[in-house]
Design a protein. Structure first.
Length: 397
């Protein structure tokens, strides 16, 4: 069923769908399983829901968002209305600056969306939602199964990535399994500062004391185990990080500099400002930069015989889009590298169009200067935007 077909008799189709939902005749259809490549070379499974399932899920999501936005904690950012990735990045940077953070726990949940326990999830939702019809709808979507290569497979756990309601269900699950538990742990167990910032299933914590960080990690593994989740053993790391990390790395660990960690596309590392004070510096992850350049190179080959105007218009939108996310303070080198490499890829593409091509780098530089936006910082410093965002109210709590 396509959107255009459904739209031909939209009002009657929606009335029929509404009647089936309230009578209990509505049946969720299996999702279609597709795969998209991940940055590490693996495949990420997605579940594409049927058209009517998308409509109903979107409506239920709107209702549940109004309920759970009251409950969700301030340091949870992913898949929430009005919250952006840069707000989470700012909160993390400001938290490390303002609090006594000496250790960072960079956590990764193995196969999170595929590991959500249906029974636990429904119990969590029952805490706030008393309407049995909503609970039955959610259960139908969870148990609808998937179709892959024309074969049906039942789903006893997990929620399919790609479904409209999956991000909200994933947030609800971690709200009870992680967020509420962390709040209680900080108040009753910690004697030093503890910060946390979470974007969906990707979260980072900062600790003042090493022994508390190690104890927290041990208890977190057990907490996750009781709720069918597992921290990735290779991607979850506890590292020395903070204002005293450079000195302690040399004095205690015998290392030349502290380790780094990645969060939301940026590599975070310990640095010093022009005035000699500690600051968290951030640069575009090398893997992300390389992957984007490979994508542009492949697309340029497809557009090889387009006019320079058409190619330039497209590349301008690509560079503007890239800068729109990555142009944060302190990341100028990565921005300049990206723009320079785009110009070089374009130059090579133009020279391949003909054996008699007389494109020189001097001419290419003029073309790039006209079509490609210059590298410049577009985002404010984290402290500035975080102060405006919170207006004095801390999102670390």
């Amino acid at each position: 069923m396509t959107w255009s077909w459904y739209e031909e008799d939209l009002e009657n189709n929606l009335l029929d769908l509404h009647a089936r939902i309230h009578s209990g005749a509505y049946r969720a259809k299996p999702s279609r399983r597709v795969y998209i490549p991940k940055a590490d070379g693996r495949q990420r499974p997605l579940g594409i829901a049927a058209l009517e399932d998308k409509i109903v899920q979107r409506a239920v999501t709107e209702v549940l968002n109004a309920i759970y936005e009251v409950d969700f904690v301030g340091y949870s950012y992913g898949f929430r209305p009005g919250r952006r990735a840069h707000e989470a990045l700012d909160a993390l940077t400001v938290g490390i600056h303002r609090k006594k953070v000496s250790w960072v726990l960079d956590a990764d949940i193995r196969g999170y969306f595929d590991s959500i326990d249906h029974e636990w999830l429904l119990k969590f939702i029952e805490h706030r939602v008393l309407d049995g019809r909503i609970l039955r709808l959610i259960k139908k979507w969870l148990k609808a199964g998937v179709i892959e290569n024309d074969r049906f497979a039942a789903t006893d756990e997990g929620t399919p990535q790609g479904a409209s309601i999956s991000p909200l269900l994933a947030n609800i699950y971690l709200h009870y399994v992680l967020d509420v538990w962390v709040q209680r742990w900080r108040k009753t167990e910690a004697r030093g500062d503890v910060i946390i910032v979470r974007w969906a299933d990707d979260f980072v914590l900062g600790f003042q004391y090493q022994d508390e960080a190690e104890r927290f990690l041990k208890e977190l593994r057990e907490r996750f185990r009781t709720h069918s989740l597992e921290l990735h053993p290779e991607k979850t790391r506890l590292i020395r990080f903070g204002r005293f990390a450079p000195q302690n790395c040399k004095r205690i660990d015998g290392q030349s500099k502290p380790e780094t960690f990645n969060f939301l596309g940026f590599t975070h590392y310990c640095g010093i400002s022009r005035s000699g004070k500690f600051m968290v510096k951030r640069a575009t992850m090398r893997m992300r930069l390389t992957k984007k350049l490979h994508e542009v190179k492949a697309e340029l080959r497809k557009r090889m015989h387009q006019t320079i105007r058409d190619q330039g218009t497209w590349l301008r939108s690509v560079v503007n889009g890239y800068f729109g996310y990555h142009a944060i303070p302190g990341n100028w080198d990565a921005l300049g590298t990206f723009r320079t490499q785009i110009a070089k890829l374009w130059y090579k593409t133009l020279r391949r169009r003909s054996q008699r091509n007389r494109m020189t780098w001097e001419r290419m530089a003029k073309i790039a200067a006209f079509w490609l936006p210059p590298a410049r910082i577009l985002h404010p410093w984290p402290e500035q935007r975080f102060a405006v965002m919170t207006q004095g109210r801390s999102r670390m709590r």
